[in-house]
Write a protein of this length. Structure first.
Ligand SMILES: Cc1cc2nc3c(=O)[nH]c(=O)nc-3n(C[C@H](O)[C@H](O)[C@H](O)COP(=O)(O)OP(=O)(O)OC[C@H]3O[C@@H](n4cnc5c(N)ncnc54)[C@H](O)[C@@H]3O)c2cc1C
Length: 379
């Protein structure tokens, strides 16, 4: 039977690609590809620069390790480049003491002011110390990765229903998944029978399964056209970061606005915040011409970690809640989900990661039954 992937954003595509490669018949139900955070993100691959810790750091490192092979596979299957650059990320600090207290200090190369100036010529004067995490990098998700994944999926026979919303989950008497209710682009409602589906609706996941503690965390972005080679590394400051693409475009992010919910649009306050961040990090960049401005929604969870693997509904799998690290985590997510769905024997590390990011860690034990989900449990 066809497996349904609900959501055609980054996770949906990455999982569909992995499953299709292993011979599964897959259909992606995609409400609106353009709204996906996969098209919004800065594309940093930054478990160390983000200062992750505990299970989330392990998950991020496991994904970072897989990324070169994952990207090569997508590029082969799509004949498109993904824009992967293992360029290293510099994290600046006002003082060495703050640098030394950073959670991922063990993985970085310490920089003093002179080292910072060598790594980032023109860096703002208030930065006196830093880390260079040379194993971190970036991928051009917005212009390259998402398209390459879409094309790889279609080459492998994945079916797409764009403009189609999953509006409900239908379960049988034993509580198992039996069908998904859809509202398609032509305005028609129908039920599609299935015994397995992956919920990958990003920030909108709780609209379909209100028990999920996933909320939108809005982020505004902009890009600048800098001189080519102006920056050799990503510069990851507090609140603002600069991500240099190969062609000199600098992607700048990002605001973090949990209170905005799904409010759309740019705000003067948010854009000003980015502008102030740019001037502080790299004063010359404040003069570079802005090219584009956009926004999107990170799928946030209470502990900032994703929900991966089985759900309360047998047959429904979860791949959501990746918050601000979904680009980094796409490779491991596809790997873990494909393994769990195929009921393959998993390696000890994979089992441990699935367990660490199981939905049960939030302590919600209410069983899900019937077609009408219980009311949303707010965070
Ligand atoms: C401003 C910003 C900056 C970021 N920067 C980075 C970064 O530098 N590095 C990094 O690793 N991560 C970053 N992220 C996070 C990353 O983009 C997300 O974690 C990741 O894209 C989540 O993928 P997803 O597939 O879960 O959701 P999305 O990519 O948002 O896709 C969800 C899709 O599901 C669809 N959908 C929703 N509901 C339904 C439904 N009922 N039926 C059918 N389809 C539905 C939506 O239309 C959407 O297309 C950033 C995010 C933002 C917003």
């Amino acid at each position: 039977m066809e497996l349904l992937v609900l959501g055609g954003g980054l996770m949906g595509l990455a999982i569909a690609h992995h499953l299709a490669r292993s011979g599964r018949s897959v259909r992606v139900i995609s409400r609106n590809r353009k709204e996906a955070a996969g098209f919004v993100a800065a594309g940093m691959l930054a478990p160390h620069a983000e200062g992750l810790s505990g299970d989330l750091l392990r998950l991020g490192q496991a994904s970072l390790e897989r990324i070169p092979t994952w990207v090569a596979q997508i590029e082969t299957d799509s004949s498109l480049r993904c824009g992967y650059r293992p360029c290293g990320i510099v994290v600046p600090f006002a003082a060495a003491a703050a640098r030394d207290a950073y959670p991922t200090a063990a993985w970085g190369e310490p920089l003093d002011r002179a080292g910072l100036e060598r790594a980032i010529p023109g860096i703002g004067p208030q930065w006196q110390a830093g880390w260079l995490f040379s194993q971190d990098g970036q991928i051009d998700n917005r212009r390259q990765l998402m398209r390459a994944l879409e094309r790889a999926c279609t080459h492998l026979g994945v079916a797409f229903e764009e403009g189609c919303s999953a509006t409900g989950l239908v379960t049988g008497s034993a509580g198992q998944l039996q069908a998904v209710e859809l509202l398609d682009a032509a305005g028609e409602r129908r039920r599609l029978g299935c015994d397995q589906a992956v919920l990958a609706c990003g920030a909108w996941s709780a609209q379909l399964l209100p028990q999920l503690p996933v909320v939108p965390i809005k982020g505004q972005m902009l890009s600048l056209q800098g001189p080519q080679q102006a920056l050799q590394h990503v510069l990851f400051g507090p609140g603002t970061y600069l991500v240099p693409r190969e062609d000199g475009l600098i992607v700048v992010g990002a605001t973090s606005e949990p209170e905005a919910g799904f409010a759309d649009g740019l705000t003067p306050f948010g854009q000003r915040q980015l502008q102030v961040g740019i001037s502080g990090l790299l004063p010359a960049a404040a003069q570079w011409p802005p090219m584009e401005r956009w926004w999107g929604y990170r799928p946030g969870t209470p502990d900032e970690g994703p929900l991966l693997g089985a759900s309360p509904i047998p047959g429904l799998w979860l791949a959501t809640g990746h918050y601000r690290n979904g680009v980094l985590l796409a490779a491991i997510t596809a790997d873990l989900l494909a393994g769990a769905i195929a009921a393959e024997p998993l390696e000890a590390e994979q089992q441990a990661l699935l367990q660490a990011f199981d939905w049960r860690r939030f302590g919600w034990t209410e069983p899900f039954s019937g077609e009408t989900p219980p009311p949303h449990r707010s965070l």
